[in-house]
Design a protein around this ligand. Structure first.
Ligand code: NDP
Ligand code: MG
Length: 377
């Protein structure tokens, strides 16, 4: 029997890459559910090609969604908890992915998680939902996939330290004054990865790496002091893992999400994949590593401080960033204002414990309100 896969956010970058992977693995997996948000035309094409049992569109009110599509926000949870679904690939962007992640884990599914915002805003809840419901979180994010590939088969007590790599985004070598004025077009020109708009901006601010530090903390149970970041412009080494005896393993490959997506589906096994570009060290050439320049990535330090503060502070950090990035992409605030908005939200936000969904959603709502105020004043 093949394994049933639901793809939440099938119309996005991760969603489309997942379908590319599955097209080569049809003897192992079948697509049982697809969901999109607004891109009805693409979702219809995907549904016609893959014929899943369930198709849902969140924002289906724009026009009559054909093909027997379900509409509305509930389609994410419906798709994620169906009996014919074994693995849920969560490729939704932002906080909207949380309820489906929790529902899938509570229903005992494997969640192949790209939607890192879920773990940042509600790490404690997500980990608990997996434990109580018998579900399993397997990262899709390339750095975390790299860590998982290095530690699989080892005991948690053997791991001493993680070093996640960051490309540094398009502004790595720019002067701080110039970065603050960067345009949307400049921020979307990522040097090594082709991804959705929100994560591409997060890579330019380095918020993405702060989110990933928090993601690593909850996935692998490591203290924040043991999760470091280094800038690596070529994006070939995805992460280093240092073990207690001082030995260091790394996972390497050309920057392409298809391999981490496939691994999240098959972990701990590996299966042959004809689509992977064979690794060639000579084609890669020199690999370089640099420290983070704090003067151009102010939001990274804010994210680390939010992580260390704990409770609902990471929830507020994530929400403030989502609001600020939306405003930046809409042309309403300057690039430099993203970090400034997050900073002002964290200055006035009063954190609480993050062990209930009500507390997390209240924190998310409050931080969004503060962010809209801070961004526009
Ligand atoms: P995209 O913007 O390309 O895709 C987002 C997907 O989510 C689309 O299918 C979109 O639907 C859907 N969506 C958007 N808003 C909502 C909502 N409110 N409710 C339900 N669905 C929604 O993003 P990416 O694929 O780049 O990123 C997805 C997630 O994966 C993010 O959390 C990102 O950080 C993470 N990630 C992405 C990587 C990449 O290479 N792209 C790498 C590592 C992590 P529609 O298009 O129909 O409107
Ligand atoms: Mg990543």
């Amino acid at each position: 029997m093949s394994v049933g896969v639901a793809i939440l956010g099938s119309t996005g970058s991760i969603g489309c890459s997942t379908l590319q992977v599955l097209a080569r693995q049809q003897d192992r997996f079948r697509v049982t559910a697809l969901t999109g948000h607004s891109n009805v035309a693409l979702l219809e094409r995907q549904a016609a090609e893959w014929r899943p049992a369930y198709v849902g569109i969140v924002n289906g009110g724009m026009r009559d969604a054909g093909c027997g599509m379900r509409t509305g926000i509930d389609c994410l949870i419906e798709a994620a908890t169906r009996p014919d679904v074994n693995i849920v690939v969560n490729g939704v962007v932002g906080a909207a992915g949380l309820p489906a992640t929790l529902a899938a884990l509570s229903a005992g599914k494997r969640v192949a998680l790209a939607n890192k915002e879920t773990l940042v805003m509600a790490g404690e809840l997500v980990v608990r939902a997996a434990r109580d419901g018998g579900g399993e979180i397997v990262p899709v994010d390339s750095e975390h996939s790299a860590v998982l590939q290095c530690i699989t088969g080892r005991r948690p007590t053997e791991v001493a330290r993680l070093i996640l790599t960051a490309s540094g985004g398009p502004f790595r070598t720019w002067a701080p004054e110039r970065v603050a004025q960067a345009t949307v077009e400049e921020a979307l020109r990522h040097p090594t990865w082709k991804m959705g708009r929100k994560i591409t901006v997060d890579s330019a601010t380095l918020v993405n790496k702060a989110l990933e530090v928090i993601e690593a903390h909850f996935l692998f149970g490591l203290a924040y002091e043991s999760v470091e970041v280094v800038v690596h412009p070529q994006s070939v080494v995805h992460a280093f893992v240092e073990f207690v005896d001082g030995s260091v393993l790394a996972q390497v490959g050309f920057p392409n999400m298809e391999l981490p997506i496939l691994y999240a589906l098959t972990h701990p096994e590996r299966v042959p994949d004809s689509g992977t570009r064979r690794f060639d060290p000579v084609a890669v050439g020199a690999l370089t590593f640099e420290p983070i320049r704090p003067e151009i990535y102010a939001a990274y330090a804010l994210g680390r401080a939010a992580a260390a503060a704990g409770g609902t502070t990471p929830t507020a950090f994530n929400a403030a960033n989502e609001v600020a990035v939306e405003l930046f992409l809409a042309g309403k605030i300057r690039f430099g204002r993203i970090a400034r908005t997050i900073e002002r939200v964290l200055q006035s936000y009063r954190p609480t414990g993050a062990s209930t969904l009500e507390a997390v959603l209240a924190a998310d709502g409050e931080a969004r309100r503060l962010a809209r105020e801070a961004a526009c004043s």
